[in-house]
Ligand binder design. Structure first.
Ligand SMILES: [Fe+2]
Length: 178
């Protein structure tokens, strides 16, 4: 993955076409298309993090570290916001499985906290600092991208199929009446 591709991940935005926020009025197929794109962006960043982990300690691409550090947290927040405002209400309307929604939301919080720590570490390395403890950083990176990949796989296998035929949902009013 090139630094440019990582940078492109930062351009990911789940806002509606009118710029007024996530579009809850989109069809199930459109929501699924957005989610597939979001998952693709997450997996691309996971690939960059794996490249960094594999290159520790001496072959690290510092530009890639800066690029990932710049894009990771904004990308996650955008995607999480879209999921929580559009996808999860549709999933809850289709399945009534609130336990699953709460678990996924909790994972979002943990992932953002973890991403915050990683951002700081990657930015430091990207700006030329020596990798003080490559083993610990490698462990941290792998823990993060493996967690993200599991989360994406779960959403792809369980959430997307459930919302394929879900009713329209308004974020303000909950599931629309049938
Ligand atoms: Fe998620």
């Amino acid at each position: 993955m090139s630094a440019k591709e990582v940078w492109m991940a930062s351009a990911y935005d789940t806002s509606g076409e009118d710029g007024a926020g996530p579009s809850a009025a989109a069809s199930p197929a459109a929501r699924i298309a957005v989610m597939r794109r979001a998952h693709g962006e997450k997996l691309r960043v996971c690939g960059a993090l794996e490249e960094i982990a594999d290159a520790l300690p001496d072959r690290v691409d510092r530009l890639m570290c800066v690029s990932v550090a710049s894009t990771l947290l904004p990308m996650l927040r955008n995607i999480h916001r879209y999921e929580e405002e559009v996808i999860f209400p549709a999933y809850a309307a289709a399945t009534a499985d609130m336990q699953c929604v709460e678990r996924l939301k909790a994972e979002h919080v943990e992932d953002e906290c973890f991403a915050d720590e990683l951002t700081e570490a990657l930015m430091t390395i990207g700006h030329g600092a020596a990798v003080a403890n490559p083993e610990a950083l490698g462990f941290m990176l792998r823990g993060f991208f493996e967690t993200i990949r599991r989360h994406v796989a779960f959403e792809r296998d369980h959430i997307l199929p459930a919302i394929a035929g879900a009713p329209e949902v308004s974020p303000e009013n909950g599931p629309a009446r049938q």
